[in-house]
Write a protein that binds this ligand. Structure first.
Ligand SMILES: [Zn+2]
Length: 313
């Protein structure tokens, strides 16, 4: 019987990872107030907690189910990962079964080793390759010099790429919850995933939009792909949107970013039509309407992407 169950699970593993082991689903997850978990934690629903110390720092999250925990991203740094691990243990005695990455960059993926094993890591096709590209082999060594606390965590560092890469879409059924994992093309990194909980109406939206912060856009990003991503996310009609950086918010961030990028492209287009070079545009273009956004030093890379999008390169 046990063998049969395992075989059925193995067969459906890629598409529905909900097969439980021998343990039957037990009681509902324990709930905790976010303040019990420490500063930066937010409870967005029973059993769903996010952690981001401030508006700009990478968010990592946990979703507790009757059959274990699914995490989203592995936190900004090793000490934050330790805080998250402690918070998970406060909320449930069940294991972290899965960890889904919303992108490939270090601040979301470098700390997999804190959670995996036991967690199995997922992201879209191309994630491992993207992670390897940005890998600094001396990073653990460098970080260890920051403090004895950091050194204590990173001494266990091991590069862990997603064990499972999916294409386009993946449904994870864990305990009583359903997670729709959806690939968004070219919105931020080499492999970007959003995680949608249809019953709870909570969307983990990754870094295609954050909270009033200019994003460090990589040269391959194109605004038409980003707008297509916003369209997919708006169509889900989420009540809560958890961005890749910062505190939980709503779908209004997609409108804010689309407004910012649209105005930016309009200005770049006007200046370009007057014969100005990209370098001249980068020196002269201002976005005073967004002066209160964080990350002003990234306006230049945003202009690069606007320019490339307009030129259809
Ligand atoms: Zn990133």
């Amino acid at each position: 019987m046990r063998v049969k169950l395992f075989a059925a699970c193995a067969a459906s593993f890629l598409f529905a990872v909900g097969c439980s082991t021998e343990r039957p689903p037990t009681s509902a997850p324990r709930t905790a107030n976010a303040q019990d978990l420490g500063p930066g934690f937010h409870k967005v629903r029973d059993g769903i907690y996010t952690f981001a110390p401030d508006q700009t720092t990478t968010t990592c999250s946990m979703v507790v189910t009757n059959d274990g925990v699914l995490m989203i991203d592995s936190c900004n740094n090793s000490l934050d990962s330790k805080k998250m691990l402690a918070a998970v243990k406060k909320v449930t005695d069940k294991p972290i079964r899965f960890l889904v990455d919303t992108e490939v960059h270090n601040d979301h993926t470098w700390n997999h080793f804190v959670f995996s094993p036991p967690a199995v890591v997922f992201n879209a096709q191309g994630a491992a390759e993207g992670m390897k590209k940005g890998l600094d082999p001396k990073r653990a060594e460098t970080l260890a010099k920051q403090s004895p606390d950091v050194a204590e965590v990173v001494k266990n560092y091991k590069f862990i790429a997603p064990q499972i890469e999916y294409k386009d879409r993946l449904t994870i059924q864990l305990g009583e919850r359903t997670f729709e994992v959806i690939y968004l093309k070219n919105v931020h990194s080499e492999a970007d995933s959003i995680i949608w909980l249809p019953k709870e109406r909570v969307l983990f939206a990754g870094s295609a939009a954050n909270v009033k912060t200019m994003i460090n856009l990589r040269p391959h990003v194109r605004f038409n792909d980003v707008f297509a991503g916003y369209k997919v996310m708006r169509a889900l009609n989420p009540e809560v949107v958890v961005p890749g950086h910062g505190q939980p918010t709503t779908a209004k961030i997609f409108d804010e970013y689309e407004g910012f990028y649209t105005l930016l492209m309009k200005r770049v287009d006007e200046m370009s039509k007057k014969g100005k070079s990209l370098d001249e545009i980068k020196k002269e273009l201002k976005m005073p309407e967004y002066a209160e956004w964080a990350g002003q030093d990234r306006l230049g890379v945003n202009i690069d992407v606007a320019y490339a999008t307009l030129k259809g390169k």
